[in-house]
Design a protein around this ligand. Structure first.
Ligand code: C5P
Length: 322
């Protein structure tokens, strides 16, 4: 007899963008992207178990003693049905005709609103936990569609590794590469809203257009070529983020973090996604520890983390039976 697990724990990595090329704003409010994602070893963990009704408990990064508002927002992580993990669990259980009465105990290792797709990671984790708990199966295509409906980065959080993302970022093609990369992630005190950063980029581009500048979307092929060599020195030279000028306009203090990373000998340093996390590439693991120490000493960021990439996407790490 097949017994269904009573409780499932899923681990999901953060993502960084080695290249983020932002194209025009589409009629649906999203921008056409060409991006190279890499999953890195900084994780959120979700433990999902049956409960009288769907609810979310949050611990870890962004959940602590910060004051919370009447809507129950702790830090920036909502604990009600608007939480992306709760929405994902509702979507997957509805799709397979099962109850959504579960508790989601969310342990955040990925900073909230940090440009590392933490919310998307939680959604991907809840999709996987929902399937595991109900014993239902969906084709990869169906699961990817559910994921993309929840957010542009959710399909990548399921897949992991290194991948080219097109469309809004949800259409994925694996990128062949060699080697592992050691990153230092410099975490900021506050968060940046992704829509605000995209809006700022639109304003900057409108001004540049009015001034007669021709807009060119950055080419992602140097990053793909560098990944094929497996040489961190080559990758460090070609890291690129079209959102960086907009993130810097909204959070000018990030320039200090980028300068500290360059001064400390990073092979490359850019804002991660829509920020405010800054990602710096080291030569190897040992160099990453040294670089992290130097960036921390500079006093330009809240905390530093060392993370390797690429790593796997969302994975079930434990199942407890009845
Ligand atoms: O898809 P997701 O919910 O993560 O996107 C958050 C917001 O980021 C969108 O509402 C949109 O403002 C912006 N975005 C965008 N173009 C994309 C992805 C996200 O403008 N390709």
């Amino acid at each position: 007899m097949i017994t269904r697990p009573e409780r499932v724990t899923v681990r999901v990595p953060a993502k960084i963008n080695l290249h983020l090329g932002v194209g025009p704003l589409r009629a649906d409010g999203y921008h056409e992207l060409t991006t190279v994602f890499q999953a890195v070893g900084l994780y959120d963990e979700l433990t999902v178990s049956p409960a009288p009704a769907l609810h979310v408990k949050v611990t870890g990064e962004g959940s602590g003693e910060e004051p919370h508002d009447a809507a129950g927002t702790v830090g920036h992580v909502p604990r009600d049905a608007t939480n992306l993990a709760a929405r994902a669990l509702t979507a997957v259980t509805a799709r397979v005709g099962a109850s959504s009465a579960y508790e989601i105990a969310l342990h955040k290792g990925i900073p909230v609103a940090g440009g590392l797709a933490g919310g998307s990671a939680d959604a991907a984790g809840a999709l996987l936990a929902g399937l595991s708990l109900t014993g239902a199966e969906l084709s990869r295509g169906e699961l990817d569609r559910l994921a993309a409906d929840l957010g542009s980065d959710v399909p990548f959080a399921l897949h992991g590794g290194t991948a080219l993302g097109t469309g809004r970022g949800e259409r994925l093609t694996p990128v062949l590469g060699h080697g592992r990369y050691s990153w230092v992630l410099a975490l900021a005190s506050g968060g940046l809203s992704t829509p605000d950063v995209f809006d700022e980029l639109d304003r900057q581009r409108a001004r540049a257009h009015a001034a007669g500048h021709v807009q060119v979307v950055a080419d992602h092929t140097p990053v793909v070529a560098a990944l094929r060599t497996g040489e961190p020195e080559q990758l460090g030279r070609v890291l690129h983020n079209d959102l960086q000028p907009a993130a810097l306009a909204l959070a000018p203090e990030l320039q200090g973090v980028l300068d500290a990373a360059h001064d400390a000998g990073a092979l490359g340093a850019i804002v991660s996604g829509s920020g405010p996390t800054v990602m710096a590439l080291a030569r190897d693991e040992q160099d990453a520890v040294r670089l992290a120490g130097r960036i921390a000493e500079s006093g330009t960021c809240r905390a530093v983390r060392v993370a390797d990439g690429p790593v796997h996407g969302a994975r079930v790490v434990s199942r407890t039976g009845r």
